[in-house]
Design a protein around this ligand. Sequence first.
Ligand SMILES: [Zn+2]
Length: 66
Amino acid sequence: MGRAVITKTTTCPTCRAVPTKDGNKAYPFCCERCQLIDLGRWLDERYRIPGEPVDPSEIDPEGTND
Ligand SMILES: [Zn+2]
């Protein structure tokens, strides 16, 4: 049985480039620019969603939770 070598290459979520880990403050992004692009995309999606999904069991419409 050979040793399973899992080579999982981390790629920049924005441009799929292989990021440098050493001294890279934006890791796992390849650069700060890609990090900002991804952050902007994430915020954009959040603003597009009217509200977060709520568990109906947590809603008490009559406020009689006493
Ligand atoms: Zn990138």
